[in-house]
Design a protein around this ligand. Sequence first.
Ligand SMILES: C[S@@+](CC[C@H](N)C(=O)[O-])C[C@H]1O[C@@H](n2cnc3c(N)ncnc32)[C@H](O)[C@@H]1O
Length: 409
Amino acid sequence: MEVGKELQVRIERFTNEGYGVALYDGLVIFVPDALVGEEVRIKITELKKNYAVASLLEIIKISNDRTIPICPFYDKCGGCDIMHMSKDLQLNFKKVKIHDVFKKVCNLDVDVNDVCSFNSSNYRNKVVFRVEGNRIGFYEPKSNTIIDVRECMICDDLINETLFKIRDFINYYTSHGIEEVMIRVAREEVMVYLSSLNKRWYPYFIKRLNNVASIYVRDELIYGVDSINQKINDLVFDISPKSFFQINPKTAEKMFEYALKNIEDQNVCADLYSGTGTIALSLAKKSRRVIAIESNESAVEDAKENMVLNGLDNIEFKLGRVEDLIDELIELNIDTLVLDPPRTGSDKRSLRALLKIKPKNIIYISCNPVTLARDYNVIRNLYDIKDIQPFDMFPNTHHVETVMVLERR
Ligand SMILES: C[S@@+](CC[C@H](N)C(=O)[O-])C[C@H]1O[C@@H](n2cnc3c(N)ncnc32)[C@H](O)[C@@H]1O
């Protein structure tokens, strides 16, 4: 086998990233963009000791689940990666992936519910665009070349409207100095956060963007309000630029509804990795006392304001890393504990502390099935899986959000 060799293969399965996998003379070959069941002609582009990567040259037998991507930038832009799969295949791929990850990591055949899905396009409420000269868009995969996107099909319409105005601005004021633009939308309000902008052009930028709610250049608020406002179910959240907030609010609403359905009225609850307090506030309505831990200072500030904004007073927000503060929960008789860590998952120290806290129920919300299964392994001797419910929080990408409900044995 050598780089450049052309072969005809059948795609047998998917990787966690949604690449097709073929076997040829015992060699595992990853083929991005190929679907299970397809007969394809490929060209080897990378050869390693245990595997190869190939590009797709021709589809000889096409899968019924292949669909034409709705985005004209799909094959160049590094954002979406499974838009060539039909909606049904996308959902099934995510469900099977969670099952297979638990099989591989925990040697368990878990039942995974069908993936709940509520939208496919225009769902993202936040995005970061790169800027170079008069180009604005996303990096090509594995490169520093910016793909100039006119609009992004998975972003909220208001993001695309704002992108249009910013493109117009950078084309006209070529000495703008902008390198990165974050656009965030909450309800009908738009926040723009620039990594830099030539001071001389501040008034022109503000004028061109006319009806946005808030413009920051780094930490300087140059126009409008310092935070924007999102409603999730019956709660309202103020969000400042540096705080994490769920990027698909419609699906997040359904996910929180599901998580809460699994929690009876409780005495004491905990919310680890609490962000701007979305879960803690929901728990506060069902409990006497809630303890929330979060390491991002601006998110904790937002969360405290959100508690007041929603007329609640029974949450203690602790600023710090979960691994440093979790031992404080051991003596508190926590009934239900929710954790929603970043993609890297939780850490051994925190998970071992969970075994001492021993809440009756644990609800683990995760955007990475691999770390979810890895973390479950640490606590599986004390906790049974009651339910695994995936949510299609990031349609058209290989990512999936999973809520796992655990019960103490
Ligand atoms: C996936 S978000 C969840 C936020 C929140 N639950 C929500 O729904 O909006 C993960 C959060 O964990 C925080 N975080 C990351 N590492 C942490 C750590 N070691 N200790 C505490 N918080 C952490 C991040 O700042 C982020 O707000």
